[in-house]
Design a protein around this ligand. Structure first.
Ligand code: F3S
Length: 398
């Protein structure tokens, strides 16, 4: 791999052991994948921050890095953790003291390395894109799969689907390997999927994501001709694509801010109304759920506005309604008076975390959600889960 003078200096340990270690990991992975050079990044977003996900081994690894004097050399933000850091009682979980201690140690280590603890999987709904100067063509290293697909597909960012540790190393090294979705070739669609039915609501968009993961060969990029009804639908589509397969990007006609090179398309698939209906039927909730769950990935303002409209229309729900969102969006919703209105209907909020990366695992309750990703992981945790858009969730909660 070609290395600049500065990169050689870092590898020689002239900028400290932590930076040397971080860059050597990036170089090794890049070489294994055939990268010929590195590329500077403008921002890193680190996942694998929840104590539920990384456990004691992860805590020790992150703490060791911090002790070694590691510092992020580009603006770096952190994904949700296992707890609402201001009010752990908001999550329907009984935390052990050991859990809270472990989670705090992880957060303290990230803070000491200079990370901004936004603790959300939707950094694109915060001040981060503006502050880090991110726009179409910006190279970043993001570790949260839903954000990776959203960033590549709808913001024109360039990022591979980094595992948590690799985004962490890239943030310390300030660069990553130039390969895959960083390159024009890596972003060429290889399959075209046309959806003959739409516009799709956010639950249908999630199910489309599942289909795209099935129809696109390993690690490829699909060109998608579909109509998605709203921005939350894009977020749910991105999250589902990242959940159901290993894709890091889709080209969505009319939305993705770059012109696809269609010369490499080898297969064309059509999804009709019948296929969508069949897929939706398989995941539909039944009866009144114990919990309506919204906010995976973390809810944005428009989700909260829609939820408030539907609650106003249909009245106070009998099911528990739980929303996970970022502290940033929560503050904005507070300013707009949305939190007051929603809490008057009994809506509960968790920030910094979600039902998936917290230790929530209550197999005795049923959960209905508008997120394919939440549906997928809650089902895996043994929770009875179903998928439907917000108006139908509110309807079913009465
Ligand atoms: Fe975010 Fe948790 Fe879903 S981290 S993408 S809300 S699983």
């Amino acid at each position: 791999m070609y290395l600049s003078r500065e990169e050689e200096r870092i590898l020689a340990g002239e900028e400290g052991e932590a930076r040397r270690l971080a860059l050597s990991v990036i170089v090794k992975v890049g070489e294994a994948l055939g990268a010929e050079r590195l590329i500077p990044i403008k921002h890193a977003h680190v996942s694998g921050a929840s104590y539920s996900t990384v456990g004691e081994a992860g805590r020790r690894f992150i703490e060791d890095l911090a002790r070694m004097g590691a510092r992020f050399s580009v603006p770096t933000t952190v994904n949700p953790v296992g707890v609402d850091t201001e009010d752990p009682g908001r999550v329907p979980v009984r935390y052990t003291r050991e859990y809270l201690r472990g989670q705090k140690a992880i957060l303290d280590s990230f803070r000491s390395m200079g990370a901004e603890l936004i603790l959300t999987c939707t950094p694109y709904y915060t001040h981060i894109p503006r502050r880090a100067g991110l726009g179409p063509g910006s190279h970043v290293a993001w570790g949260e799969s839903s954000a990776v697909v959203y960033g590549n597909s709808f913001l024109g960012l360039r990022t591979n689907r980094e595992g948590g540790p690799l985004a962490l190393m890239a943030g310390i090294a300030g660069r990553t390997y130039y390969q895959g979705l960083h390159t024009p070739e890596g972003r060429r669609p290889i399959v075209e999927v046309r959806v003959e039915y739409g516009p799709l609501d956010e639950a249908e968009a999630g199910v489309l994501g599942e289909a795209l993961a099935e129809y696109t060969p390993h690690g490829g990029v699909p060109l998608v001709r579909a109509r998605i009804a709203s921005e939350p639908g894009l977020r749910e589509l991105a999250a589902a694509v990242g959940t159901a397969g290993d894709l890091g990007m889709i080209h969505l006609e009319g939305v993705t801010p770059e012109r696809p090179d269609t010369g490499g398309i080898v297969e064309r698939v059509t999804i009709d109304r019948g296929e969508m209906a069949e897929r939706m039927e398989k995941v539909a909730p039944t009866g009144r759920p114990d919990i309506v769950y919204i906010g995976c990935p973390h809810a944005g303002i428009s989700d909260l506005e829609l939820l408030e409209r539907e609650l106003r229309r249909l009245g106070k729900p009998r099911s528990r309604v739980l929303v996970s969102t970022s502290r940033h969006v929560y503050m904005e919703a507070l300013r707009r008076g949305l939190i007051a209105k929603l809490t008057s209907y009994g809506v509960e909020f968790v920030r910094d975390t979600c039902l998936i990366v917290s230790p929530f695992r209550d197999a005795s309750v049923s959960v209905a959600t508008n997120s394919y990703k939440a549906y997928f992981y809650l089902s895996r945790k043994g929770v009875r889960a179903g998928l439907a858009p917000i108006p139908r969730l509110v309807e079913s909660a009465r």
